[in-house]
Ligand binder design. Structure first.
Ligand code: ADP
Length: 398
Protein backbone atom coordinates (compact mmCIF):
# COMPACT_ATOMS: atom_id res chain seq x y z
CA UNK A 1 0.00 0.00 0.00
CA UNK A 2 1.34 3.40 -0.88
CA UNK A 3 1.71 5.91 1.96
CA UNK A 4 0.98 9.59 1.58
CA UNK A 5 3.96 11.47 2.90
CA UNK A 6 5.08 15.03 3.44
CA UNK A 7 8.63 16.19 2.89
CA UNK A 8 9.96 18.90 5.20
CA UNK A 9 12.91 20.99 4.03
CA UNK A 10 14.97 23.32 6.21
CA UNK A 11 17.64 24.75 3.94
CA UNK A 12 20.61 26.97 4.74
CA UNK A 13 23.45 28.39 2.65
CA UNK A 14 25.42 25.14 2.71
CA UNK A 15 23.01 22.62 4.21
CA UNK A 16 19.64 20.97 3.76
CA UNK A 17 17.96 19.29 6.73
CA UNK A 18 15.10 17.08 5.69
CA UNK A 19 12.45 14.94 7.30
CA UNK A 20 9.76 12.79 5.76
CA UNK A 21 6.47 12.29 7.60
CA UNK A 22 4.00 9.57 6.69
CA UNK A 23 0.37 10.58 7.06
CA UNK A 24 -2.25 8.14 8.25
CA UNK A 25 -5.80 9.33 8.98
CA UNK A 26 -4.53 12.82 9.77
CA UNK A 27 -1.71 11.73 12.09
CA UNK A 28 1.89 12.30 11.09
CA UNK A 29 4.81 9.97 11.83
CA UNK A 30 8.41 10.97 11.21
CA UNK A 31 9.85 8.13 9.13
CA UNK A 32 13.05 9.31 7.48
CA UNK A 33 15.32 12.23 8.23
CA UNK A 34 18.74 13.44 7.31
CA UNK A 35 21.26 16.13 6.62
CA UNK A 36 23.11 17.26 3.53
CA UNK A 37 26.03 19.48 4.45
CA UNK A 38 28.91 21.18 2.72
CA UNK A 39 26.81 22.24 -0.29
CA UNK A 40 28.79 24.59 -2.60
CA UNK A 41 31.99 23.66 -0.75
CA UNK A 42 34.86 21.28 -1.47
CA UNK A 43 33.28 18.42 0.51
CA UNK A 44 29.58 17.59 0.41
CA UNK A 45 28.09 14.87 2.64
CA UNK A 46 24.65 13.29 2.52
CA UNK A 47 23.28 11.15 5.34
CA UNK A 48 19.78 9.75 5.78
CA UNK A 49 18.39 7.70 8.67
CA UNK A 50 15.18 5.93 9.54
CA UNK A 51 13.17 6.74 12.66
CA UNK A 52 15.18 4.23 14.72
CA UNK A 53 18.36 6.13 13.87
CA UNK A 54 19.66 3.46 11.49
CA UNK A 55 21.70 5.01 8.68
CA UNK A 56 20.12 4.08 5.34
CA UNK A 57 22.16 6.16 2.92
CA UNK A 58 25.40 8.08 2.89
CA UNK A 59 27.28 9.72 0.09
CA UNK A 60 30.25 12.02 0.00
CA UNK A 61 31.74 14.18 -2.75
CA UNK A 62 35.12 15.89 -2.83
CA UNK A 63 35.91 18.80 -5.14
CA UNK A 64 32.71 18.30 -7.13
CA UNK A 65 31.14 21.57 -5.99
CA UNK A 66 27.69 20.07 -5.53
CA UNK A 67 24.96 22.69 -5.36
CA UNK A 68 21.46 22.68 -3.83
CA UNK A 69 19.93 21.47 -7.09
CA UNK A 70 22.32 18.50 -7.37
CA UNK A 71 21.68 17.41 -3.81
CA UNK A 72 17.91 17.87 -3.87
CA UNK A 73 17.84 15.77 -7.06
CA UNK A 74 19.86 13.08 -5.24
CA UNK A 75 17.46 13.23 -2.29
CA UNK A 76 14.39 12.82 -4.51
CA UNK A 77 16.05 9.96 -6.43
CA UNK A 78 16.70 8.24 -3.10
CA UNK A 79 13.07 8.64 -2.06
CA UNK A 80 12.10 7.03 -5.39
CA UNK A 81 14.02 3.89 -4.37
CA UNK A 82 12.01 3.51 -1.14
CA UNK A 83 8.97 1.28 -1.43
CA UNK A 84 5.41 2.63 -1.27
CA UNK A 85 6.16 6.32 -0.76
CA UNK A 86 3.92 8.91 -2.32
CA UNK A 87 5.14 12.42 -1.58
CA UNK A 88 2.01 14.58 -1.69
CA UNK A 89 3.48 17.91 -0.54
CA UNK A 90 6.63 19.70 0.60
CA UNK A 91 6.76 22.06 3.58
CA UNK A 92 9.55 24.59 3.91
CA UNK A 93 10.90 26.42 6.91
CA UNK A 94 11.28 30.10 6.08
CA UNK A 95 12.80 32.48 8.59
CA UNK A 96 11.13 35.72 7.49
CA UNK A 97 7.57 36.17 6.30
CA UNK A 98 7.65 39.97 6.55
CA UNK A 99 4.54 42.05 7.24
CA UNK A 100 2.42 39.89 4.98
CA UNK A 101 2.41 36.43 6.55
CA UNK A 102 0.83 35.67 9.89
CA UNK A 103 0.44 31.98 8.98
CA UNK A 104 1.64 29.38 6.48
CA UNK A 105 1.21 30.00 2.75
CA UNK A 106 0.87 27.89 -0.37
CA UNK A 107 3.90 28.52 -2.56
CA UNK A 108 3.40 30.08 -5.97
CA UNK A 109 5.46 32.42 -8.17
CA UNK A 110 4.06 35.49 -6.46
CA UNK A 111 4.89 34.19 -2.95
CA UNK A 112 8.41 33.28 -4.11
CA UNK A 113 8.83 36.81 -5.47
CA UNK A 114 7.63 38.41 -2.23
CA UNK A 115 9.96 36.25 -0.11
CA UNK A 116 12.84 37.08 -2.44
CA UNK A 117 12.00 40.80 -2.30
CA UNK A 118 12.10 40.81 1.53
CA UNK A 119 15.38 38.85 1.65
CA UNK A 120 17.32 41.91 2.87
CA UNK A 121 15.43 41.49 6.17
CA UNK A 122 17.00 38.02 6.61
CA UNK A 123 19.89 37.98 4.14
CA UNK A 124 21.56 34.95 5.70
CA UNK A 125 18.39 32.86 5.64
CA UNK A 126 15.58 33.76 3.23
CA UNK A 127 17.46 33.32 -0.08
CA UNK A 128 18.47 29.79 0.99
CA UNK A 129 14.97 28.98 2.28
CA UNK A 130 13.43 30.02 -1.05
CA UNK A 131 15.89 28.26 -3.38
CA UNK A 132 14.59 24.68 -2.73
CA UNK A 133 11.03 25.88 -3.44
CA UNK A 134 12.14 27.01 -6.90
CA UNK A 135 14.11 23.80 -7.52
CA UNK A 136 11.22 21.53 -6.47
CA UNK A 137 8.79 23.65 -8.49
CA UNK A 138 10.91 23.07 -11.61
CA UNK A 139 11.25 19.35 -10.89
CA UNK A 140 7.61 18.73 -9.89
CA UNK A 141 5.40 21.60 -11.12
CA UNK A 142 2.22 20.08 -9.66
CA UNK A 143 3.63 19.23 -6.20
CA UNK A 144 1.94 21.49 -3.62
CA UNK A 145 4.48 23.35 -1.51
CA UNK A 146 3.87 25.25 1.72
CA UNK A 147 6.04 27.95 3.29
CA UNK A 148 6.00 28.11 7.12
CA UNK A 149 7.47 31.21 8.71
CA UNK A 150 9.43 31.70 11.92
CA UNK A 151 8.05 35.23 12.18
CA UNK A 152 4.35 34.40 11.65
CA UNK A 153 3.48 33.29 15.20
CA UNK A 154 4.51 36.66 16.66
CA UNK A 155 2.12 38.71 14.53
CA UNK A 156 -0.48 38.47 17.32
CA UNK A 157 1.60 40.65 19.67
CA UNK A 158 0.12 44.08 20.45
CA UNK A 159 1.53 46.96 18.40
CA UNK A 160 3.37 48.44 21.41
CA UNK A 161 5.31 45.18 21.72
CA UNK A 162 6.00 44.91 17.98
CA UNK A 163 7.01 48.45 17.14
CA UNK A 164 10.23 50.37 17.69
CA UNK A 165 10.35 54.00 18.75
CA UNK A 166 10.94 55.03 15.14
CA UNK A 167 9.06 57.60 13.07
CA UNK A 168 5.68 56.25 12.01
CA UNK A 169 6.55 56.17 8.31
CA UNK A 170 9.35 53.67 8.95
CA UNK A 171 7.15 51.51 11.19
CA UNK A 172 4.51 51.44 8.45
CA UNK A 173 7.22 50.38 6.00
CA UNK A 174 7.70 47.24 8.09
CA UNK A 175 10.68 48.19 10.25
CA UNK A 176 9.25 46.43 13.30
CA UNK A 177 10.12 43.69 15.78
CA UNK A 178 9.21 40.48 13.97
CA UNK A 179 10.77 37.90 16.26
CA UNK A 180 11.80 34.38 15.22
CA UNK A 181 11.59 30.73 16.41
CA UNK A 182 7.82 31.09 15.96
CA UNK A 183 7.38 27.48 14.78
CA UNK A 184 9.05 26.25 17.96
CA UNK A 185 6.90 28.52 20.17
CA UNK A 186 3.76 27.47 18.33
CA UNK A 187 4.62 23.81 18.91
CA UNK A 188 5.36 24.36 22.61
CA UNK A 189 2.16 26.38 22.98
CA UNK A 190 0.21 23.48 21.45
CA UNK A 191 1.70 21.10 24.05
CA UNK A 192 1.15 23.12 27.21
CA UNK A 193 -2.37 21.82 27.91
CA UNK A 194 -0.93 18.30 28.17
CA UNK A 195 1.39 19.25 30.99
CA UNK A 196 -0.18 22.15 32.89
CA UNK A 197 -3.62 22.91 34.28
CA UNK A 198 -5.68 24.95 31.82
CA UNK A 199 -5.36 28.26 33.68
CA UNK A 200 -1.54 27.98 33.61
CA UNK A 201 -1.30 26.54 30.07
CA UNK A 202 -3.38 29.41 28.75
CA UNK A 203 -2.06 31.93 31.28
CA UNK A 204 1.19 33.95 31.17
CA UNK A 205 4.04 31.67 30.10
CA UNK A 206 7.66 32.43 29.24
CA UNK A 207 9.29 29.97 26.83
CA UNK A 208 13.10 30.04 26.58
CA UNK A 209 14.21 28.52 23.25
CA UNK A 210 17.94 28.21 23.93
CA UNK A 211 20.03 26.82 21.07
CA UNK A 212 22.77 28.23 18.85
CA UNK A 213 20.17 30.82 17.99
CA UNK A 214 18.40 31.70 21.23
CA UNK A 215 15.31 33.71 22.05
CA UNK A 216 12.46 33.91 24.53
CA UNK A 217 8.74 34.38 24.03
CA UNK A 218 5.89 35.58 26.22
CA UNK A 219 2.72 33.56 25.62
CA UNK A 220 -0.71 34.70 26.78
CA UNK A 221 -3.73 32.56 26.02
CA UNK A 222 -1.35 30.40 23.98
CA UNK A 223 -0.43 33.28 21.64
CA UNK A 224 2.77 35.28 21.38
CA UNK A 225 2.54 38.71 22.96
CA UNK A 226 6.25 39.60 23.11
CA UNK A 227 9.59 38.14 22.11
CA UNK A 228 13.29 38.95 22.36
CA UNK A 229 14.44 38.76 18.73
CA UNK A 230 13.66 41.76 16.61
CA UNK A 231 13.65 42.99 13.03
CA UNK A 232 16.33 40.34 12.49
CA UNK A 233 17.53 37.30 14.50
CA UNK A 234 20.40 39.39 15.90
CA UNK A 235 18.53 40.95 18.83
CA UNK A 236 17.90 39.74 22.36
CA UNK A 237 19.95 37.05 24.11
CA UNK A 238 23.68 36.44 23.79
CA UNK A 239 23.88 33.59 21.26
CA UNK A 240 26.52 31.16 20.05
CA UNK A 241 28.07 33.69 17.65
CA UNK A 242 25.67 36.68 17.75
CA UNK A 243 25.95 39.56 20.19
CA UNK A 244 22.24 39.77 20.93
CA UNK A 245 21.09 43.12 22.27
CA UNK A 246 23.72 45.79 21.70
CA UNK A 247 23.79 49.60 21.71
CA UNK A 248 23.09 50.73 18.10
CA UNK A 249 25.53 53.58 18.77
CA UNK A 250 28.30 51.00 19.00
CA UNK A 251 27.60 49.94 15.41
CA UNK A 252 27.89 53.57 14.30
CA UNK A 253 31.19 53.87 16.18
CA UNK A 254 32.58 50.73 14.51
CA UNK A 255 31.77 52.15 11.10
CA UNK A 256 32.92 55.74 11.76
CA UNK A 257 35.90 55.27 14.04
CA UNK A 258 37.12 51.71 13.40
CA UNK A 259 36.52 51.98 9.66
CA UNK A 260 34.58 48.73 9.37
CA UNK A 261 32.42 48.18 6.30
CA UNK A 262 28.78 47.16 6.70
CA UNK A 263 29.69 43.59 5.72
CA UNK A 264 32.51 43.54 8.27
CA UNK A 265 30.15 44.75 11.01
CA UNK A 266 27.68 42.03 10.05
CA UNK A 267 30.39 39.38 10.15
CA UNK A 268 31.45 40.66 13.57
CA UNK A 269 28.05 40.83 15.27
CA UNK A 270 26.52 37.76 13.57
CA UNK A 271 29.38 35.29 13.33
CA UNK A 272 32.29 36.29 15.58
CA UNK A 273 30.61 37.47 18.78
CA UNK A 274 28.39 35.85 21.41
CA UNK A 275 29.77 32.80 23.24
CA UNK A 276 32.53 32.45 20.63
CA UNK A 277 33.62 36.07 20.86
CA UNK A 278 33.53 36.31 24.66
CA UNK A 279 35.29 32.98 25.29
CA UNK A 280 37.69 33.23 22.37
CA UNK A 281 37.49 29.42 22.37
CA UNK A 282 34.21 27.98 21.09
CA UNK A 283 30.55 28.72 20.38
CA UNK A 284 29.51 25.29 21.69
CA UNK A 285 27.87 25.33 25.12
CA UNK A 286 28.93 21.75 25.95
CA UNK A 287 32.64 22.45 26.56
CA UNK A 288 31.97 26.00 27.76
CA UNK A 289 29.70 25.01 30.64
CA UNK A 290 32.37 22.89 32.35
CA UNK A 291 35.44 24.96 31.45
CA UNK A 292 37.63 26.63 34.12
CA UNK A 293 38.99 29.17 31.63
CA UNK A 294 37.92 32.60 33.01
CA UNK A 295 36.75 33.78 29.57
CA UNK A 296 34.63 30.66 29.10
CA UNK A 297 33.13 31.15 32.56
CA UNK A 298 32.36 34.76 31.61
CA UNK A 299 30.66 33.63 28.37
CA UNK A 300 28.38 31.29 30.34
CA UNK A 301 27.71 34.02 32.94
CA UNK A 302 26.72 36.53 30.25
CA UNK A 303 24.42 33.99 28.62
CA UNK A 304 22.71 33.29 31.94
CA UNK A 305 22.46 36.99 32.78
CA UNK A 306 20.82 37.67 29.42
CA UNK A 307 18.19 34.98 29.97
CA UNK A 308 17.44 36.29 33.48
CA UNK A 309 17.19 39.89 32.27
CA UNK A 310 14.93 39.04 29.35
CA UNK A 311 12.79 36.92 31.67
CA UNK A 312 12.27 40.02 33.80
CA UNK A 313 11.43 42.08 30.73
CA UNK A 314 8.85 39.58 29.47
CA UNK A 315 7.25 39.14 32.91
CA UNK A 316 6.97 42.92 33.24
CA UNK A 317 5.48 43.13 29.74
CA UNK A 318 2.81 40.55 30.61
CA UNK A 319 2.30 41.84 34.16
CA UNK A 320 2.70 38.36 35.63
CA UNK A 321 3.91 34.82 35.05
CA UNK A 322 2.37 31.35 35.44
CA UNK A 323 5.08 29.03 34.06
CA UNK A 324 8.61 28.93 32.64
CA UNK A 325 9.49 26.45 29.87
CA UNK A 326 12.97 25.45 28.68
CA UNK A 327 13.44 24.14 25.15
CA UNK A 328 16.03 24.12 22.30
CA UNK A 329 19.41 22.33 22.30
CA UNK A 330 20.65 24.02 25.48
CA UNK A 331 17.24 24.28 27.19
CA UNK A 332 16.45 20.60 26.61
CA UNK A 333 19.89 19.14 27.31
CA UNK A 334 22.00 21.31 29.57
CA UNK A 335 21.54 20.40 33.25
CA UNK A 336 24.12 23.05 34.16
CA UNK A 337 22.60 25.97 32.23
CA UNK A 338 19.06 25.25 33.46
CA UNK A 339 20.41 25.17 37.02
CA UNK A 340 22.38 28.40 36.64
CA UNK A 341 19.38 30.20 35.14
CA UNK A 342 16.96 28.97 37.82
CA UNK A 343 19.43 29.91 40.57
CA UNK A 344 19.60 33.41 39.10
CA UNK A 345 15.78 33.54 39.17
CA UNK A 346 15.51 32.25 42.75
CA UNK A 347 14.74 35.81 43.95
CA UNK A 348 11.56 35.44 41.95
CA UNK A 349 10.42 32.41 43.89
CA UNK A 350 11.59 29.82 41.39
CA UNK A 351 12.66 26.76 43.37
CA UNK A 352 14.38 24.16 41.24
CA UNK A 353 14.23 20.47 42.06
CA UNK A 354 17.89 19.69 41.38
CA UNK A 355 17.34 15.93 41.22
CA UNK A 356 14.63 16.33 38.58
CA UNK A 357 16.87 18.70 36.65
CA UNK A 358 19.75 16.22 36.81
CA UNK A 359 17.45 13.48 35.55
CA UNK A 360 16.25 15.65 32.66
CA UNK A 361 12.66 15.30 33.90
CA UNK A 362 9.73 17.19 32.43
CA UNK A 363 8.91 19.03 35.69
CA UNK A 364 11.97 20.82 37.08
CA UNK A 365 10.59 22.76 40.05
CA UNK A 366 9.61 21.77 43.59
CA UNK A 367 6.04 22.00 44.89
CA UNK A 368 7.24 25.08 46.83
CA UNK A 369 8.17 26.93 43.65
CA UNK A 370 6.14 30.07 43.01
CA UNK A 371 5.81 29.02 39.39
CA UNK A 372 6.31 25.65 37.69
CA UNK A 373 9.40 25.18 35.51
CA UNK A 374 9.24 22.58 32.73
CA UNK A 375 11.55 21.08 30.11
CA UNK A 376 9.75 20.38 26.83
CA UNK A 377 11.22 19.07 23.59
CA UNK A 378 10.37 21.25 20.65
CA UNK A 379 9.51 19.85 17.21
CA UNK A 380 9.52 22.51 14.51
CA UNK A 381 9.45 19.90 11.72
CA UNK A 382 6.23 18.34 13.02
CA UNK A 383 4.70 21.82 13.23
CA UNK A 384 5.63 22.45 9.57
CA UNK A 385 4.29 19.04 8.53
CA UNK A 386 1.00 19.75 10.35
CA UNK A 387 0.64 23.17 8.68
CA UNK A 388 1.45 21.65 5.29
CA UNK A 389 -1.16 18.91 5.70
CA UNK A 390 -3.80 21.43 6.86
CA UNK A 391 -3.21 23.73 3.89
CA UNK A 392 -3.21 20.76 1.54
CA UNK A 393 -6.57 19.59 2.87
CA UNK A 394 -8.00 23.11 2.84
CA UNK A 395 -7.08 23.50 -0.83
CA UNK A 396 -8.22 20.08 -2.02
CA UNK A 397 -10.59 20.33 -4.95
CA UNK A 398 -14.12 19.19 -3.90
P1 ADP B 1 20.19 25.50 16.49
O1 ADP B 1 19.86 26.89 16.95
O2 ADP B 1 21.36 25.46 15.56
O3 ADP B 1 18.98 24.68 16.05
P2 ADP B 1 20.21 23.67 18.74
O4 ADP B 1 18.86 23.97 19.26
O5 ADP B 1 20.45 22.34 18.12
O6 ADP B 1 20.75 24.81 17.80
O7 ADP B 1 21.23 23.83 19.97
C1 ADP B 1 22.60 23.75 19.80
C2 ADP B 1 23.28 24.14 21.12
O8 ADP B 1 22.85 23.22 22.13
C3 ADP B 1 24.80 24.09 21.07
O9 ADP B 1 25.35 25.23 21.70
C4 ADP B 1 25.12 22.85 21.89
O10 ADP B 1 26.33 22.99 22.57
C5 ADP B 1 23.99 22.88 22.89
N1 ADP B 1 23.81 21.57 23.53
C6 ADP B 1 23.38 20.42 22.99
N2 ADP B 1 23.44 19.43 23.92
C7 ADP B 1 23.93 19.99 25.05
C8 ADP B 1 24.25 19.52 26.36
N3 ADP B 1 24.05 18.24 26.71
N4 ADP B 1 24.75 20.40 27.25
C9 ADP B 1 24.93 21.68 26.90
N5 ADP B 1 24.68 22.19 25.72
C10 ADP B 1 24.17 21.36 24.80
Amino acid sequence: MSHNSILIINAGSSSIKFQLFIEDSGSLTSTYSGLIEGINTAKTNFKAKDSAGQVLKTSSYENENKNHQDMLAELMEWFDTLPDLNIVAAGHRVVHGGMRFSGPALVNDEVIKYLTDISPMAPNHNPHNVLPMKILKDMYPSLPQVACFDTAFHRTAPAVNQEYALPKALTEKGLIRYGMHGLSYEFISSQLKEYLPFNQARGKVVVAHLGNGASMCALEGGLSTATTMGFTPLDGLTMSTRTGQIDPGLILYLIREEGLSVDEVEELIAHKSGLLGISGVTSDMRPLQTSHNPDCIKAVDMFVLGVAQQFGRLVATMGGIDALIFTGGIGENSVILRRLICEKLAWFGIDMNFDSNEAGARYLSTSESKIPVLRLETNEELMIAGHTLNLLNANKPD
